[in-house]
Write a protein that binds this ligand. Structure first.
Ligand SMILES: Cc1cc2nc3c(=O)[nH]c(=O)nc-3n(C[C@H](O)[C@H](O)[C@H](O)COP(=O)(O)OP(=O)(O)OC[C@H]3O[C@@H](n4cnc5c(N)ncnc54)[C@H](O)[C@@H]3O)c2cc1C
Length: 490
């Protein structure tokens, strides 16, 4: 019999998405430790007022994202709440660590051949062309790090550039991130076709067909998203979590924020005064390990990365601050003393998210910092202690002035630093096998049918992954552990 009363622990994207989908089927209580729902999603507004060089008085509320802001147009989501990004957002840049200049990242493999593509990027082509002829196998048949995979398949230049993309998604060191868990498709391409390039050319026909079906269910939005590079929410990402919480309540979900769960037991899953038949743990594995009364394996195997997120607003239109585009990522380098991982050009990456009074009059950028450059993540000669918020702001503005020297004489209207402690997990090599064992432990032990788990700590960190994880948990509550993706992992 399906559970009658489900307790969802954690009110981030995963927990909210699970509660939203469960509510019509069962009584749901959502327990969130902090006083607000949303988890890492946060879009506070701040009022700004300034005079332009031509004497115009400008004022309005600017949205400052402290967590996620951009969503890939992939998977099923609330399309009616989304808006198009401009074609400019297709332009992405990579920092050339040798020259300190931005290089346009190729938008397709063919673009690598274009004479307009900078020489260091074109050099990557050589590594890509040689890849199908490389026959070297990984040291371990189970998994390896992202760095070791790219080094083996493409050589050192491509491996160094790949670190920039790892910074952009995981804010992690590519030497410590599992390629098989974080970029499973690449691993499968090599396994299936003996080469990544050949695998990509062949494509995954079955996977594509499944995705096409999913897009059909989105109707007209499914068609329109073909032109999108990314999408965002007008008013910020918390529009999504706030609205999810509102609909949950309308559907009868009891949301208990400011309620930290201290202990859960597998016998009657009693949480404080709540008696639930089933618990959905939408918290990180580490948090789960501290509240689970009966032991579960591997919950503390992965570390998480701490990220400084600094929003900076300049009193100039974007065209006077930076090139049109999404932003830039910086490949790993011991010489990166500022510890900046990348910079997002919010105003051109996600236009239309500002109130009309400010649109086109200000430039908002976000510097992402820290992760593998800080001693909270690893020890060693080149890491630095975590800076204070004041220091973070100063480092970010100085860094932006190094990349864009014309900003030396422009004072930001606003700088807001957020320190996001242990916010993104790094799936260490072997993660998939550990998740299989966790799945088996839940399925066959005292937690059987009583507990399911999901969210960024288990299988995918993106907004899409977390929303999808909530959907899976809700659809098969009491039947699945949430870790079925890993059950055949060897
Ligand atoms: C700075 C940053 C930028 C990002 N940018 C993007 C982006 O642009 N695009 C993208 O797709 N993804 C992005 N991500 C990733 C994505 O935002 C996260 O992976 C996602 O929000 C995680 O959601 P979650 O619900 O799994 O976990 P969380 O957001 O961590 O939610 C878990 C919740 O559980 C609560 N909790 C913990 N313990 C307990 C307890 N004992 N009792 C009750 N409650 C508890 C916590 O308070 C928290 O609210 C970004 C992440 C960060 C940190």
């Amino acid at each position: 019999m399906p559970p009658q009363h489900v307790a969802v622990i954690g009110g981030g994207l995963t927990g909210l998405s699970a509660a939203y989908r469960l509510a019509p089927k069962a009584k749901v209580t959502l327990l969130e430790a902090s006083n607000r729902v949303g988890g890492w999603v946060g879009s506070p507004k701040q009022h700004i007022k300034f005079t332009t060089p031509s004497g115009e008085q400008v004022e309005g509320d600017v949205t400052l994202e402290s967590g996620p802001r951009s969503i890939r147009p992939k998977g099923l989501s609330a399309a009616s709440m989304l808006k198009l990004t401009s074609p400019a957002a297709r332009n992405r840049f990579i920092m050339n660590n040798a020259t300190g200049k931005l290089m346009a990242a190729p938008t397709s493999p063919l673009a690598l051949l274009s004479p307009k593509t900078p020489a260091p990027i074109r050099e990557l082509l050589l590594g890509v062309m040689k890849e199908p002829f490389r026959r070297n196998s990984p040291a371990s048949a189970d998994d390896e790090s992202v760095h070791s995979f790219f080094l083996r398949r493409f050589g050192p230049k491509v491996a160094a550039t790949a670190s920039a993309f790892v910074h952009g998604i995981y804010a992690a060191d590519p030497n410590t991130l599992s390629v098989r868990s974080a970029f499973q498709m690449l691993w499968d391409y090599e396994r299936g076709s003996g080469s990544l390039v050949m695998g990509m050319l062949k494509g995954d026909k079955a996977g594509k067909a499944r995705e096409l079906e999913a897009w059909k269910e989105c109707g007209a939005w499914g068609e329109r998203r073909k032109n999108w590079a990314m999408y965002a929410l007008r008013g910020g990402m918390s529009e999504l979590t706030d609205r999810l919480a509102q609909v949950c309540q309308e559907r009868g979900v009891e949301i208990a924020s400011g309620t930290r769960v201290e202990r859960i037991t597998p016998i009657n899953t009693s949480i404080g005064s709540i008696d639930a038949d089933h618990v959905i743990a939408a918290v990180t594995p580490r948090h789960l390990s501290s509240i689970a009364s009966s032991p579960l394996p591997h919950l503390i195997a992965n570390r998480s990365t701490t990220v400084g997120v600094v929003n900076v607003v300049f009193p100039l239109p974007p065209s006077q601050v930076h090139p049109d585009g999404f932003g830039f990522l910086i490949p790993a380098s011991d010489a990166n003393r500022a510890g900046v991982l990348g910079v997002i050009f919010d105003s051109t990456a996600l236009p239309g998210t500002e109130v009309p009074e400010l649109e086109g009059k200000i430039t908002k950028v976000t510097a992402m910092m820290g992760g593998p450059y800080w001693s909270s993540y690893k020890t060693g000669g080149s890491v630095a202690p975590i800076p204070s918020k004041e220091e973070l702001s100063e480092i970010a503005v100085n860094y932006l002035r190094t990349v864009f020297p014309h900003l030396a004489s422009v004072d930001p209207i606003l700088t807001k630093a957020n320190l996001q402690v242990d916010c993104i997990p790094t799936y260490a090599p072997g993660h998939g096998s550990r998740m299989r064992e966790l799945h088996e432990a839940i399925q066959n032990g005292p937690w059987q049918d009583k507990l399911s788990v999901g969210g960024s700590g288990y299988g995918g960190v993106s907004v899409n992954d977390c929303v999808y994880s909530g959907e899976i948990l809700a659809d098969a509550v009491g039947e699945k552990t949430g870790l079925e993706r890993w059950k055949d992992w060897n």
